[in-house]
Ligand binder design. Structure first.
Ligand code: FAD
Length: 679
């Protein structure tokens, strides 16, 4: 045997589930040297998570493939609540919209995890040479703590083992009652039409089987699921509730006389438990049933015997809950039973070098359809930050905000899930004196309120170096306050200038027109996820002399030698490599021309000429109505500047008269670029 091969990589991602693939997509879009490995020999083809909330769809859209999910998925528009009447017979008691109207241009949909993973794989392949390396898993991890603060160092050393095909193929549990021929978890389904390449790749695994290699990495992301090997290696723990719920999940094409089978339903029976009905793509329906609860004793000895759960058991539970309606099936697509506790990682990284994302750092019930969404959103938060540090644009300090921002979300999720699971799984109260029963009114109120949380649009990140707002930041788990680190640059926003834009939240999207060609765009469409910061100027009506003067003064400041554009854009790079400066005015579109605006908003390139895609107007379109972004976001006619992070979250809102605040904001974490930095 020869020497073990060694190589360097900037970012090593372990796990190619939704969290790992989101990370790899950022790496691909930002041109980072990255590898992504997965111990499985093939991607999943059906089953597992299925719900995509509206914020996730906005994110997938920003990555260029939201339309694929939107088109293929089943759209869920209404939730029907079914409860026992005074005779104990289930009746539809309420209907509520599945997504709160108006919170996003997308509404919640369902599509199985395998398809979503496919969209990621295609996007990664289109943007880069990164490919998921399957049948590969790490066998050792070391971190050289003496160089973790050195930007140029590769402090992480990982040994990777290439598995045999047999090792890389997940074992199926024995097929059992009514589940013959259907494997739980991973099997090739006719829903997946385009996975030939995966199978070819699997066949290549044998050639390298059992070989080892050593990889030196600058950063590592453990997106390796609930049993995370990475988490165990770095000594981090999950903490939380000691109750494990066991869920039975059945994906079937149902044969039933239940009238709302194509609606999302929450059904509480009088005495036989509860069921959630999720209508899916291709006539499938998913039934979620909480089967039992076991109290853990500290080790795993009290875990329920999952081998006793099979499709027949799950179906029988569903039949009892749905009676007097009948339900059966002839086509079973997938099923599973799994046990999950509500837990959050004590910390989300070590030394801001090895990070955990997704199920590796939080687990909870599937009830609210959050698992895949929150997991993807973890690495959506982290990816651009790591990319900007690796590229030398930003200081490592911004990496601390991953934990401060995402751990709080995970904690909120656990709290929400805890409450929701209790309300969902409890027996309905017979009357107001039935203290042990669950009030159906309370359940409905929690469902409606939960819908805002579950949409993902309510996320509001706390104050930090990259979120300029009042308040001490956000607890980091280790007690550090991330805003203190850059206190000397602390810039505070003036929220009164546009009360519809909340610093810390994603900017809402409304239609605007391109000034040059009158085409309508949703604002989010002009903020694709490519790693760039956006500085958006809302100057109001630029036919007003005061506003026009302010705009010209602002543009002079932005074009000055000490402005963020000069200091932090790499020398020789394209003018919008790091920052895109956009303008949205509300003078009548036909009263002004693109060339009336300062050049910083229509940069000139010797080859490409003027850039016509930076100036927009809030005016009526010919065919798609009036976005009225100034009205919808309550933007002051005195104008304002809005800084938007590469992930569409708002960092800062301030007056046009204070361009220096923009420089100060970026000075808090960006690295000055000078000629000697050029490669
Ligand atoms: P995962 O999707 O678990 O991905 C982790 C990846 O890491 C996997 O591809 C795995 O092969 C790989 N990996 C693990 N260890 C290693 C290692 N040592 N080396 C290399 N690779 C490794 N959510 C719902 O909302 N609804 C559901 O019905 C539902 N059903 C589920 C059923 C099952 C059986 C499971 C496991 C999960 C289910 N979930 C469900 C949860 C949902 O799938 C997760 O929340 C979501 O997939 C989390 O994404 P992730 O990328 O963090 O982790």
């Amino acid at each position: 045997m020869g020497a073990i091969p060694e190589s360097n990589v900037d970012v090593l991602i372990v796990g190619a589930g939704p969290a790992g693939l989101m990370m790899a997509t950022w790496m691909a879009k930002c041109g980072i040297n990255a590898r992504i490995i997965d111990k499985r020999g093939t991607k999943i083809f059906n089953g597992q998570a299925d719900g995509l909330q509206c914020r996730t769809l906005e994110i997938l859209d920003s990555l260029g493939f939201g339309h694929r999910a939107w088109r293929e998925a089943n759209h869920m528009l209404e939730i029907c609540l079914w409860n026992p009447d005074e005779n104990g017979v289930i009746r539809r008691s309420d209907r509520i919209p599945d997504t709160i109207p108006g919170i996003s241009r997308f509404q919640q949909v369902v599509l199985h995890q395998g398809r979503i993973e496919r969209f990621f794989l295609d996007a990664i392949a289109e943007a880069s040479d990164i490919r998921v390396e399957r049948g590969v898993m790490p066998s050792s991890l070391k971190i050289d703590e003496s160089v973790v603060e050195d930007d140029a160092a590769y402090p992480i050393t990982v040994t990777l083992r290439h598995l045999t095909e047999e090792e890389a193929t997940p074992k199926q549990s024995s097929t059992s009652a009514n589940g013959q021929g259907v494997q739980d978890g991973i099997f090739r389904s006719n829903l997946a039409k385009d996975d030939t390449q995966d199978l070819l790749d699997t066949s290549k695994i044998n050639a390298k089987a059992n070989s080892e290699e050593v990889v030196h990495a600058k950063y590592m992301v453990g997106a390796d699921g609930a049993h995370s090997w990475t988490r165990n290696q770095i000594g981090l723990k999950l903490e939380g509730d000691s109750t494990d719920y066991i869920w039975g999940v059945l994906d079937i094409v149902p044969i039933t006389d239940f009238p709302d089978i194509r609606m999302r339903c929450a059904i509480h029976s009088a005495n036989c438990g509860s069921i959630m009905v999720i209508p899916r793509e291709n006539k499938l329906v998913r039934l979620y049933i909480q089967l039992t609860t076991t109290e853990k004793t500290g080790d795993n000895s009290s875990r329920a015997d999952r081998s006793k759960i099979n499709p027949q058991v799950i179906l029988e539970s569903a039949q009892k809950i749905l009676a007097p309606y009948k339900i059966t099936y002839r086509k079973l697509d997938w099923w599973t039973a799994y046990q999950i506790g509500q837990r959050v990682g004590t910390s989300f990284s070590v030394h801001e070098r090895v990070f955990l994302a997704g199920d590796a750092v939080h687990t909870h019930s599937p009830k609210a359809g959050q698992g895949m969404n929150v997991s993807m959103q973890d690495s959506f938060n982290l990816g651009w930050k790591i990319a900007s540090v690796v590229k030398g644009h930003a200081h490592r300090s911004i990496l601390k905000t991953y934990q401060s921002e995402r751990r709080r979300i995970a904690q909120d999720l656990i709290a929400f899930d805890h409450k929701f699971s209790r309300l969902f799984s409890g027996r309905p109260a017979k009357d107001v004196m039935d203290a042990e029963g669950i009030s159906m009114e309370e359940f409905k109120a929690a469902f409606e309120k939960g819908n805002m949380f579950a949409s993902g649009t309510a996320v509001n990140y706390g104050a930090s170096t990259i979120v300029a707002k009042e308040g001490s930041s956000t607890e980091q788990g280790d007690g550090t306050d991330v805003s203190v680190a850059n206190a000397k640059h602390q810039v505070i926003s003036d929220q009164s200038l546009c009360s519809g834009i909340t610093v810390g939240m994603r900017i809402p999207s409304h239609k605007v027109l391109n000034q040059a060609d009158a085409r309508p765009w949703h604002l989010h469409e002009v903020l694709p996820s490519n790693g760039r910061w956006r500085v958006v100027v809302f100057p109001g009506n630029t036919n007003d002399n005061r506003q026009r003067d302010k705009l010209w003064k602002l543009s002079e400041a932005f074009s000055a030698r000490n402005s963020f554009l000069s200091l932090y854009n790499p020398k020789g790079a394209r003018y919008d490599e790091v920052f895109e400066v956009l303008l949205i005015h509300n003078a009548p579109r036909t009263s002004v021309n693109v060339l009336d605006f300062p050049e910083v908003f229509r940069p000139y390139d010797e080859v490409d000429g003027w850039d016509y895609n930076k100036i927009f107007v809030d005016d009526v379109s010919y065919h798609e109505g009036f976005g009225n972004i100034y009205g919808a976001l309550n933007i002051s006619q005195s104008g304002c500047i809005v800084i938007i992070r590469p992930d569409q979250y708002v960092s800062y809102v301030g007056p046009m008269e204070e361009p220096a605040a923009v420089n100060s904001f970026f000075a808090g974490f960006m690295k000055e670029q000078n000629a000697s930095d050029e490669g």
